[in-house]
Design a protein around this ligand. Structure first.
Ligand code: PAF
Length: 155
C-alpha cells in the first residue's frame, strides 16, 4: 500500500490507469469499509482508498471534534487488507484548487436529515467531486448506510 498525501504525486502515479476502483472513507474503519474494499479488489486490479475527515460536511465544530479519529488503527487495518494506494490529503491539498464542475445539488438535499443538517450534503458532494476529479476512477464504492447521500452523489 502506497501512502500519498499530495494530489499531484497521486495523479502522476495513477493517471495512466483507466480501470481504478475508489473507496472514499473518513476513517474509523469497520467491517463495512472492509467489505467495500474487498468488493473493489474483486472488481479491478488496482484499488485506491482515501481517508479524510471532511470538515465541510460537519454542521457543528463539536461533531467534527467528536468524530472518531484513530489513524494508527486505521493504518494497521488498511495494511492488512492492502489496497494499492491510500490517499491521505490535507484540507489544502483537497480544497485549494478550482474544480471543473460546479455543484448543483438536487432539492432532495433539504429533505429528511438534510432538514437538520444545512450544508451537510453540499460538503459531502464538494469533497467527492474533488476526489473524482483527481482520481478519475472507473468505479466508486459507497456504503449504503446513507440512502440520501448515495442518491445525491448519483444525481
Ligand atoms: O460516507 C462517508 O464516509 C463520507 O460522507 C464520504 C463519502 C467519504 C465523503 O466525505
Amino acid at each position: 500500500m502506497k501512502i500519498i498525501k499530495n494530489r499531484h504525486k497521486l495523479k502522476e502515479l495513477i493517471s495512466y490507469n483507466k480501470n481504478l476502483s475508489f473507496v472514499p472513507t473518513m476513517g474509523g474503519l469497520h467491517k463495512g469499509h472492509l467489505s467495500l474494499i474487498k468488493k473493489a479488489k474483486n472488481k479491478t486490479k488496482k484499488v485506491i482508498v482515501s481517508l479524510f475527515v471532511n470538515p465541510k460536511q460537519f454542521n457543528s465544530k463539536k461533531d467534527l471534534f467528536k468524530y472518531p479519529k484513530n489513524i494508527k488503527k486505521d493504518l494497521l487495518i488498511l495494511k492488512k487488507i492492502n489496497p494499492d494506494y491510500l490517499y491521505l490529503p490535507t484540507f489544502k491539498d483537497l480544497f485549494a484548487f478550482k474544480t471543473k464542475n460546479k455543484i448543483h445539488i438536487d432539492k432532495f438535499e433539504k429533505k429528511l436529515c438534510g432538514k437538520f443538517r444545512p450544508g451537510h450534503f453540499k460538503g459531502v458532494i464538494d469533497a467527492v467531486d474533488r476526489f473524482l476529479e483527481i482520481i478519475k476512477p472507473r468505479y466508486i464504492f459507497l456504503g449504503k448506510k446513507d440512502f440520501q447521500q448515495i442518491y445525491l452523489i448519483k444525481k
